[in-house]
Design a protein around this ligand. Structure first.
Ligand SMILES: [Zn+2]
Length: 136
C-alpha cells in the first residue's frame, strides 16, 4: 500500500497565514489590505484549533508587533540615509510614519502568526492533521 507524505512546509504556510497545527485552515477570513479590516477566524476550519487559546492571548502579539516596528523603522532610516544622505529629521519622521501606516495591517497579521507559530508553547505542526478527510 502506498502512503502519501502529507508534510506541508513551514514558510509557505506561514506566509499564507495557515493554521500552525494543521497548516491547512486559514487563520484570517479576509485579505490583509481591504476596506473591511482584518477578521481573524476563531477556530481553524480544518482541525478546529482555537486560535485565541485563552482570553486576551493576542495582547502578547503587541510585543511581537513592537519588535517588527522597530526593525522596520531602523531599516527605513538606514535606507533613507543611504539613498539620500539627508540629515533633515522631518524627512525621516514623515517617511517612517508613512511606512508605519502602510505596514500596520502587515504587522497586525504577522505578529499573530509569529506568535502562534514560534512563541506559543504547546502548538506544534501535526502532519496527521494535514490529511484531507476524503482520501482518494
Ligand atoms: Zn488547523
Amino acid at each position: 500500500m502506498e502512503t502519501k507524505n502529507y508534510r506541508i512546509a513551514t514558510w509557505p504556510a506561514f506566509l499564507h497565514s495557515k493554521c500552525p497545527r494543521c497548516r491547512k485552515g486559514n487563520m484570517f477570513a479576509n485579505s490583509m489590505y481591504g476596506f473591511s479590516g482584518q477578521k481573524m477566524n476563531n477556530t481553524c476550519e480544518h482541525c478546529h484549533l482555537t486560535f485565541e487559546i485563552e482570553p486576551g492571548y493576542f495582547y502578547v502579539a503587541m510585543f511581537v508587533s513592537y519588535a517588527m516596528n522597530v526593525a522596520e523603522f531602523v531599516a527605513v532610516a538606514l535606507a533613507i540615509n543611504i539613498l539620500t544622505g539627508s540629515s533633515n529629521p522631518w524627512l525621516y519622521t514623515l517617511v517612517i510614519l508613512f511606512v508605519c501606516l502602510v505596514l500596520s495591517p502587515f504587522n497586525f497579521r504577522y505578529s499573530r502568526v509569529i506568535l502562534l507559530y514560534w512563541l506559543t508553547p504547546g502548538i506544534h505542526y501535526n502532519p496527521e492533521l494535514s490529511k484531507d478527510e476524503t482520501v482518494e
